[in-house]
Design a protein around this ligand. Structure first.
Ligand SMILES: [Zn+2]
Length: 357
């Protein structure tokens, strides 16, 4: 497309999550910006390439779904650029749940709000910085509300010269049909299991048997395969840490609790919040287990092995205080309170309550 100079005004990269559509969009935009492209790829070294790779090239604009909360005063995508940059760096396959964590969405839906269309217009009306093209990459156009879609449609209908829209969609069927019909769709197909499997071996150091097993469940999506490996690793890490903390709390080992609270704080905001969600869930599960209703619990085998002995210590005398403390600590961490202090405080509260009967 680029070498023939016939680039559609609006391209739609579609396909299930985790196929690398955004990586392709970024590579495409960088290729258009590159000062010394060769052999069908960008050089990766020129200033434009470096800026594009660092997500601060002025002629490449990103639009993505966000959450609006009065308390945060974050209104538009630009307000989320720090989160967006680290998300793309850490999760190039764009797992949606991780983005929800990154913007602290809780159970709220993410949306591309109508104010973004004004921002897109403004950006397109500025003269190009250095590149020939202005590129607007829209992640998940299916998350535009009706107002945004209609405004964007007007922009696409009356295109600015040398402007290219790259829409990256997991669910193209949910895009407004009038927008959809104005794009040229490139559908990304799932990869063969063998390819996903060898990708996992290189990327995660899995042995061939393990990689094959994970790949089989990933439905041709390398991103989904990565998430499944990561969540297994994280699940084991959370389980071990939770059990260690409960042992230290029961034995009143202050030095250990101090260290463990630092381990949680060092996870960073999002992961620490996930760990505390896990901790809250485990306390509830153990409380239910203690009611001798094991059929009501959702414990995994290694969790149940621990709970068989531990659960009597989570009872009606302490479940409320401990659950509440965990929930509050999680909220505090998400509000950027000092995690070290919050976590140590929480572990002390658990220690004070764990022997109550
Ligand atoms: Zn370059």
């Amino acid at each position: 497309m680029v070498s023939t100079g016939r680039i559609p005004h609006a391209l739609l990269f579609s396909g299930r999550a985790g196929l690398g559509k955004m990586q392709m969009a970024r590579a495409f935009a960088q290729y258009l910006a590159c000062e010394n492209p060769a052999d069908g790829d960008s050089c990766g070294r020129c200033p434009a390439c470096r800026q594009a790779a660092a997500l601060n090239f002025p002629d490449i604009q990103y639009v993505f779904p966000i959450i609006r909360r009065k308390a945060d005063k974050k209104e538009i995508c630009d307000d989320f650029l720090p989160e967006w940059r680290s998300f793309l760096a850490d999760f190039p396959y764009m797992p949606y749940n991780r983005w929800m964590d990154a913007v602290n969405a809780g159970n709220s839906q993410l949306t591309i709000y109508v104010t973004e269309s004004a921002r897109i217009l403004h950006h397109l009306s500025l003269s190009t910085f250095s590149a020939r093209y202005k590129v607007c990459i829209i992640w998940l156009p299916e998350r535009m509300n009706a107002d945004t879609s209609n405004k964007l449609l007007k922009i696409i209908e009356e295109p600015f010269p040398d402007t290219i829209f790259l829409l990256v969609s997991n669910e193209p069927g949910k895009i407004l049909p009038t927008i959809f019909s104005r794009t040229q769709q490139i559908n990304f197909r799932p990869l063969p299991d063998a390819l996903v499997s060898s990708f996992l071996e290189t990327e995660k150091g899995l042995d061939s048997a393990g990689a094959t097993a994970v790949a089989r469940l990933a439905e041709g999506s390398p991103g989904r395969a990565l998430e499944s490996v990561d969540s297994h690793v994280e699940a084991a890490e959370f389980r071990n840490l939770f059990q260690d903390i409960m042992r230290s709390a029961y034995a009143r080992k202050m030095t250990d609790l101090k260290k463990q609270s630092e381990t949680v704080a060092a996870m960073g905001r999002d992961k620490a919040a996930r760990f505390l969600s896990y901790t809250g869930a485990m306390l509830r599960e153990n409380f239910v287990y203690n009611l001798h209703r094991p059929e009501l619990t959702m414990l995994s085998e290694p969790e149940e092995a621990f709970s068989a002995r531990f659960s009597p210590f989570v009872n009606s005398a302490n479940i409320r205080q401990m659950s509440q403390a965990v929930g509050e600590a999680r909220e505090d961490i998400l509000r950027n309170a000092n995690s070290k202090i919050v976590c140590f405080d929480l572990l002390l509260t658990i220690m004070m309550n764990i022997r109550k009967k």
